[in-house]
Ligand binder design. Structure first.
Ligand code: MN
Length: 254
């Protein structure tokens, strides 16, 4: 297969390197990744300044790698429309350091890399490990490689992608694989108001995640229970519950 890898932690991230190693022995592997961390950039694309891409030698031998000054979504666009020369069979975004569960998906650059692939009609996966320190990438990298082969073989419906979250456990302690739905775990936003040396206020956004394990069958429940969480995601955001109610509101133009 021809594989396009990207991420939001930047081209130096060990998660990306683990992914590249898992793919490079079996597949034509091209990395197009941000030059530095772009976590929580969501689906931003760069419209108001030039995009640059340059060859990078930081990835293992056998992997063609490009660093860019763009976001993960930019990287996929650059890769597919120019750098790769022809369309990849699959786009894999990750491996992210830290989970992408519940409400994270709205903010996630990792997931947006895969979303951009899906928008372009290419089977796409996002892969994250649910830990920020002492992160184990090996199981996630091998799983991503196997899943990407399946995704190409079975094909995905239009506008669909797959979001994978792997608990940070050794292989023998994993409970298995759970097919899940997106949960509602969110970060409780905190805003710190501080004062700069000139006496003016400034702010730092912070946030504590809600604990894992909301409802059974959700992505965060699965990760807490030791399962690799595999969530199908749809790009169509229509709110079906509200759709029917809204129709009954009797909205008029004036
Ligand atoms: Mn990240």
């Amino acid at each position: 297969m021809r594989v396009l890898l990207t991420n939001d932690d930047g081209i130096h991230s060990p998660g990306l390197h683990a992914l590249a190693e898992a793919f490079a022995s079996r597949h034509e592997t091209v990395v197009v990744a941000p030059e530095h961390e772009r976590s929580a950039t969501g689906h931003a694309v760069t419209l108001h300044k030039p995009l640059r891409a340059w060859r990078s030698a930081v990835l293992p031998e056998g992997v063609t790698a490009w660093a860019t000054n763009g976001t993960p979504a930019d990287c996929v666009i650059l890769g597919v429309l120019d750098l790769l020369g022809r369309r990849p069979d699959v786009v894999v975004s990750g491996i992210n350091v830290g989970p992408n569960l519940g409400r994270d998906l709205t903010y996630s650059g990792t997931v947006s890399g895969a979303m951009e692939g899906a928008i372009m009609g290419i089977p796409s996966l996002a892969v994250s490990v649910a830990a920020f320190v002492d992160v184990r990438f090996e199981v996630a990298a091998q799983f991503a490689e196997r899943l990407s082969r399946l995704v190409v073989e079975r094909e995905l419906p239009a506008d669909a992608l797959i979001n994978v979250n792997v608990p940070n456990l050794p292989l023998e302690r994993l409970s298995g694989v759970a097919i899940t739905r997106q949960g509602s775990r969110r970060y409780l936003s905190q805003l710190e108001r501080r004062t700069d040396p000139r006496g003016r206020p400034y702010y730092w956004l912070a946030g504590e995640p809600e604990p894992l394990g909301d409802e059974e069958g959700t992505d965060s429940w699965a990760v807490k229970a030791g399962y690799i969480s595999v969530t199908p995601i749809d790009l169509n955001m229509t709110g079906d519950r509200l759709l029917h109610d809204l129709a009954a509101w009797g909205l008029t133009v004036s």
